[in-house]
Design a protein around this ligand. Structure first.
Ligand code: PLP
Length: 295
């Protein structure tokens, strides 16, 4: 049975054997950046785009990965091949690494490193939600302001997102959308969002991760001749949208059918949303933006 595979401390290992010290700030301070990529039919989706975003995240947090771009790619590909999964999700993690002197807590003294971990492909929302749609709550808990942590830096500091998620679960929803401290829609725990109004697509601008799936939606919209833009959006824009959907590497495109326990439109996935969902996976299957594992 294939097992999740990892690269850590410059060695390839089964993920179940990969260990990290509880003394290092990667764990005690959530001091790590990462990127999540998907592999469909042995093709890595938008490898260069993810790698570029990963390097930007590392640069913002001053985490120096001791490998070249080509080495990072080769390590990731080796992990995927060793895991034997045809369809997989993998993470590139830039870890702060262990302190050289634990008592000083000086992040500059840490030995930074790369971790890669590959697991079988999954969908964070599940197939039923992809078909029937998500119930979303616009939660009270706010996204950390960009002056503190720039959401474009994909990082392990998920306290705001997880608090939002717990709040949404208490309201009986499947997930959350958080707002910025000044009240604009931002994103959810692990996904960007889109609304459709009068056949135009809009996605929040501001403190959001510039999602690779979000970027792909811009491209799909262009292929369909539809207008798509990023702009400041308020909760009422989502509540009164014709359609809405979430997008992420970890699920693709997922319709949003209920907001704050009220149905959006007729409470069923929107027609344009379904078109994007279908097109996204069809294009992926055709190898759109794919890097073959054997190349
Ligand atoms: N927003 C956040 C906070 C995320 O963690 C993610 C992905 O994990 C996304 C958005 C979606 O980004 P991508 O499409 O690159 O997976």
């Amino acid at each position: 049975m294939p097992e999740p595979y990892a690269f850590i401390d410059n060695e390839f290992k089964k993920a179940s054997e990969a260990k990290i010290s509880i003394l290092e700030p990667t764990v005690t301070k959530s001091d790590a950046v990462y990127d999540t990529l998907s592999v469909l039919d042995k093709k890595i989706f938008r490898f260069d785009d993810h790698l570029q975003r990963f390097k930007n995240s590392c640069a913002d947090m001053e985490i120096n990965i001791p490998h070249s771009d080509d080495e990072i790619k080769d390590i990731a590909i080796e992990c995927i091949i060793r895991s034997k999964y045809k369809n997989a999700i993998f993470m590139l993690i830039g870890r702060r690494g262990p302190y050289s002197d634990l008592s000083k807590r000086d992040p500059r003294t840490c030995k930074n490193g790369l971790i890669v971990v590959v697991v079988p492909h999954y969908n964070i929302f599940g197939e039923e939600k992809t078909k029937n749609g998500l119930h979303i709550s616009i939660v009270k808990n706010k996204r950390v302001p960009k002056e503190a942590i720039d959401a474009r830096t994909k990082n392990f500091n998920w306290m705001d997102l997880n608090k939002g998620l717990l709040e949404a679960f208490k309201q009986g929803s499947d997930s959350a959308i958080l707002c910025t401290p000044d009240g604009y829609l931002s994103e959810g725990p692990g996904f960007n969002m889109w609304i459709v109004k009068d056949r135009k697509l809009k996605t929040p601008k501001g403190n959001v991760l510039e999602g690779i799936t979000r970027r792909s939606v811009f491209e799909l919209a262009a292929m369909l001749g539809l207008k798509a833009e990023e702009c400041y959006l308020e909760p009422k824009d989502l509540e009164t949208a014709d359609e809405a959907f979430a997008c992420t590497t970890a699920a693709g495109i997922t319709p949003i059918t209920h907001v704050n326990n009220i149905s959006l439109g007729n409470g069923h996935p929107g027609l344009l949303t379904e078109r994007f969902l279908k097109m996204y996976w069809e294009e992926r299957e055709k190898g759109w933006h794919g890097t073959d594992l054997s190349s």
